[in-house]
Design a protein around this ligand. Structure first.
Ligand code: NOJ
Ligand code: NOJ
Length: 443
């Protein structure tokens, strides 16, 4: 037919489209019941990601998608985050059969991880992704990615503590932490690697930039602090001291991010190797993701810290301007991306989009802030903010509750890798953070 839409028509057209798909099934079910349903779906999608026929037991695929993009691999980072959620699910459940099922999944993940650690890999323990049979990917890739071992250790230290409490000390000593050098156990291997290599440049969680990253250092510090406690409990006192000493040095390095006077927020990366001019702002959802996924056991960087607040605020402000679907405030919250300059759309590098897991990270951050707040009115306000971002994910989700990696910045439809496993882990952690925030309301 060939007619050309004027820019202003285009905006109206898009706004109408948004309203129409927002209303589809949206107001019919309450937010609460949508949430309950989404939690159930997320749990079964996580199990599905470990159940494909060709997987070695314990492998967790990042997404079932095998092309455009091919995410049919076990990424150490994604899997570590998922394993952490499996451990939380185990801890929260009181159903014997479900607990047995989860225990088996976690134990499979542990043996698969042991296999990964033994597999020849171009960047050793910093190798970011493995085939589903446990061998390392060896084509060109951004490597090493040193957040991986730290995230895996965080999940498994949590598991080890639970097993010790349940009376399975020797299981922990045999498979997880033997306190020996060289070690045959997964956690000890990871902690030794993190303690020895944290100061080296590595690729960021988005696999693009080589440098020193807040996200990576933050999860490394947390892993060493938690690991030091475990080492001490198991009588490996020298190691415990050594991990603590390294954690303290990482803290000094993290301070160079937090106290950096060039930014009102916490910058994502310092000391970039090679030159990457594309990320001018140095502003990244990764900072929130780090704080969320590796809670500080001390008061180093509380949710009330001005730089943490500024990081959240600036991200929201930027993304509300960048993406068309955020214009006009037709929908609750704001669809949040990885970083403002992002161009990765799942296939090409032309124009980036908001992501589900970073939009959920904004929600989860509000819930954490609500949990830390002391005045009832403040708590409620922060929960409402969190809900707006959670509801925003609902607006863009498929009707059956499934979630792809990205949300198209113009149409609002799901795009890139379907059923991204990390998304489902994020739904659960965000939901649990909401539950804790609601408890703070009742107190
Ligand atoms: C794949 C990576 O996983 C993704 O994070 C990145 O943006 C693209 N490659 C482009 O480098
Ligand atoms: C690309 C993301 O940038 C990265 O963080 C992730 O590990 C992989 N996709 C797999 O989900």
């Amino acid at each position: 037919m060939g007619f050309i839409l004027q820019q202003s028509d285009m905006k109206i057209f898009m706004a109408l489209m948004l309203i129409s798909f927002t209303q589809k099934g949206y107001a019919q079910v309450s937010f609460e019941s949508w949430l309950q349903n989404e939690v159930i779906i997320s749990q079964s999608k996580i199990f599905a990601s470990m159940s494909f026929q060709d997987l070695a037991p314990g492998a967790i695929v990042a997404s079932p998608s095998k092309s455009q993009p091919d995410y049919y691999y076990h990424w150490i980072r994604d899997a570590g985050l998922v394993a952490d959620v499996l451990v939380d699910m185990y801890q929260k459940s009181s159903d014997i059969n479900r607990k047995k099922y989860l225990e088996q999944k976690i134990k499979n993940y542990i043996s698969f991880s042991a296999k990964n650690q033994k597999a020849p890999a171009l960047s050793g323990f910093g190798e970011p992704k493995f085939y589903v049979d446990g061998t390392a990917y060896s084509l060109p890739w951004g490597r090493p990615q040193n957040d991986g071992p730290a995230l895996r250790a965080l999940a498994l230290v949590k598991w080890a503590e639970i097993r010790i409490d349940e009376g399975f000390l020797s299981e922990v000593q045999n498979q997880l932490y033997d306190g020996k050098i060289p070690t045959k156990t997964v956690i000890k291997n990871d902690l030794e690697y993190v303690a020895a290599h944290w100061s080296e440049a590595s690729f960021d969680l988005w696999e693009e930039v080589l440098g020193d990253h807040f996200f990576t250092r933050w999860v490394q510090r947390s892993a060493l602090l938690k690991g030091a406690q475990l080492a001490q409990k198991l009588g490996d006192l020298g190691a415990s001291d050594w991990y603590l000493k390294q954690a303290l040095q990482i803290e000094a390095s993290l301070n160079s991010f937090v106290r950096n006077v060039s930014y009102s927020y916490i910058p994502s990366t310092l000391n970039i190797q090679g030159h990457d001019k594309s990320k001018k702002m140095n502003l990244d959802s990764a900072v929130l993701l780090g704080l969320l996924r590796a809670p500080s056991p001390d008061l180093f960087l509380p949710w009330s810290h001005i730089k943490v607040q500024k990081t959240l605020e600036t991200l929201i402000q930027e993304f509300s301007q960048i993406y068309n679907i955020n214009r006009g405030h037709l929908n609750p919250g704001v669809a949040v991306g990885r970083y403002p300059e992002d161009v990765y759309d799942g296939e090409n590098s032309i124009q980036g989009n908001p992501w589900v897991l970073t939009t959920l990270a904004a929600a989860e951050t509000y819930y954490e802030m609500a949990q830390a707040a002391t005045e009832a009115s403040q708590v409620q306000g922060l929960i409402d903010q969190g809900d707006a971002f959670f509801q925003r994910v609902r607006v863009h989700a498929f009707a059956d509750g499934s979630l792809s990696e990205q949300i198209d910045r113009n149409t609002g439809y799901m795009r890139s890798a379907y059923d991204l496993t990390w998304n489902y882990a994020a739904v659960l952690t965000t939901y649990w953070a909401r539950e804790r925030a609601l408890k703070n309301l009742i107190k």
